[in-house]
Write a protein that binds this ligand. Sequence first.
Ligand code: ADP
Ligand code: ADP
Length: 239
Amino acid sequence: KPVIDVQHVSKIYDNGTSGLSDINLQVKPGEFVVIVGLSGAGKSTLMRSLNRLHQVTEGHVLIDGRSITEAKGRNLRQLRRDVAMIFQNFNLVKQSTVLRNVLAGRLGYYPTWQSSLGLFKEADKQRAYKALERVNLLDKVYQRVDQLSGGQQQRVAVARAFVQDPKIVLADEPTASLDPKTAHLVMNDLKSMNQELGKTVVANLHSVALAKEYATRIIGLRAGRIVYDESIQNVTDAD
Ligand code: ADP
Ligand code: ADP
């Protein structure tokens, strides 16, 4: 049974621009799917449709068999908890510490400076430390995020996704603002979430080379439609 089931999804923006046209896509648990395509192809629109950062114009998105398109209130919050998101620009609270940013994934809200870290459950803090260990940032726990390099900030975002314990991790151009060496560190962390923790990963990437290195399946988008969908064993150098 697919963990993501996209059925006849179209997205037309308010200004009339078509973002996606009749997308059908099933992703099985444990896949590492990379979506490639030129700028404007609809990659980001597809991501935002999967966790309902925006509502689709037509069709349905099922997460683990339940429609996120029609979910409301508590059901919608529960479904969103199953879908963690990593962004190109990290989306961290930069003036705050690494630990508070990572705890936000665990708590479902951002712990502000008013709330003392002593108030958090020991179990939550232990999970945050464990996640930071995984992304090799244990030495930065109490540093402000804006003191870190871009690669380190993105790994904080990956740690935040870890502690959310989602079924699915969406990554929208996670390496676009990083140098190649740092991009590999981030991709390796995503790969370990996929292989060691069994999370399903869907990532948008510009680089087809990077896609081939990490994906189990590559999907090509062009003008809002799927034009290519191959498992990695079938990807040839000509592709
Ligand atoms: P990609 O992520 O592949 O670069 P996008 O999903 O961002 O592509 O864009 C797909 C299409 O939708 C493009 O034509 C883009 O201009 C348009 N688009 C994206 N976001 C908006 C928006 N908020 N309002 C109007 N059009 C948009
Ligand atoms: P990484 O590859 O681990 O992401 P970099 O190679 O980019 O880190 O950075 C090397 C070191 O320089 C890091 O220890 C980081 O703390 C420091 N550094 C990089 N950029 C910044 C920055 N903008 N502000 C403060 N320190 C930085």
